[in-house]
Ligand binder design. Structure first.
Ligand SMILES: [Zn+2]
Length: 335
């Protein structure tokens, strides 16, 4: 027997054992996989030095009171303690996306720049769901649209945003495209709602607030009774129409994207609470409208996690289960 064992202190040995166990438990907690989340509203865009400023979440809590003879109000404010930093290059953004796929366990429905979507998808094929956006008939013929959806790469149609073109979603020029989506069983995301301060008179002259009314979807839905759509931005702030439309059309869902990190926090909660109170917790999808600020993924998840009027089950429905059902995904793929 050597001297080390001869002189050992039994108390010390117990203490060491406890410490080892404690460290092992901590490590296990750290590496425990986070519950899966599906973000149904992500934009892939090329880095642009003209759109690269920092951003303060919930920046619309104080709408500027400017006039036509003053400098235009800035789209986003940066005067908070910890503004979110934009990704400065395509590589930096891709790295942030892949990190979120892994560390936050987020799967994303992505529309926008085709090159970027292909790059993200090849890097994380199980975590990126490509979506094909079309907002007017000049962008792509119906045949080309059908081919793109039939070849299997694109699984979703969106973001469809006729509101920015001064057009109703029921405009007949889009009808055949919706018909193709209905026939192929492709879910469709349609932008309906506000887009920030001064959207019509400063940023997008064709934009009309009135073209974001959820009721404008009714004629199109009547022509396509089997079409599954989700109303992006939940038709904010027109909760009454949104609730009536969801009641009348059983396959209509909404997402919380955009307003979840830009409008005043209390207003977001009041709107979300209203939809849940009206009985639609199974038809609400989590989404961010992520563009260039990777940090808003965590910011927006926090809004749902801190919503004390939601049960744990409702939070999981919004963050994950509702999207699995809506997009016909296989839940076991996320285990
Ligand atoms: Zn949108």
């Amino acid at each position: 027997m050597n001297t080390i064992y001869k002189n050992y202190n039994p108390n010390l040995l117990v203490l060491c054992f406890v410490l080892v166990c404690y460290t092992a438990v901590l490590n296990a907690q750290e590496t425990k996989k986070r519950l899966p989340i599906i973000d149904v509203h992500v934009h892939a865009m090329k880095a642009n030095p003209n759109f690269a400023s920092e951003m303060c979440p919930w920046f619309l809590k104080s709408m500027p009171g400017s006039g036509p003879n003053q400098d235009g109000p800035s789209f986003i404010s940066t005067g908070c303690v910890a503004p979110l930093k934009p990704a400065k290059t395509d590589a930096e953004m891709q790295e942030a996306i892949l990190r979120a796929n892994k560390e936050l366990n987020i799967t994303m429905v992505v529309s926008g720049d085709a090159d970027i979507i292909h790059r993200w998808h090849s890097a994380a094929p199980d975590r990126i769901i490509p979506s094909l956006g079309i907002s007017n008939a000049e962008q792509m013929s119906v045949e080309a649209f059908r081919d793109s959806l039939s070849n299997g790469f694109y699984k979703v149609m969106g973001e469809v945003a006729p509101q920015y073109q001064g057009m109703s979603p029921s405009d007949m020029s889009l009808d055949e495209y919706f018909g193709v989506a209905e026939e192929l069983g492709i879910p469709v995301g349609i932008h309906m709602g506000t887009g920030g301060n001064g959207m019509a008179n400063i940023t997008s002259p064709k934009y009309r607030a009135s073209l974001g009314q959820p009721f404008l979807l009714e004629d199109m839905l009547a022509r396509h009774p089997k079409l599954k759509i989700w109303v992006m931005h939940a038709g904010y702030p027109m909760a009454d129409q949104m609730i009536a439309l969801m009641g009348a059309n059983a396959y209509v869902y909404v997402d919380l994207a955009g307003f979840i990190w830009s409008y005043p926090l209390e207003e977001i909660h009041a709107y979300l609470k209203r939809l849940v109170q009206a009985g639609f917790a199974k038809r609400i999808l989590y989404g961010t409208d992520l563009m260039i600020w990777p940090g808003l993924l965590e910011t927006s998840i926090g809004v749902i996690e801190n919503a004390n009027y939601l049960s744990e089950e409702q939070k999981r429905d919004i963050l994950f289960n509702n999207a699995v059902r809506f997009f016909n995904l296989d839940a076991t793929m996320f285990e």
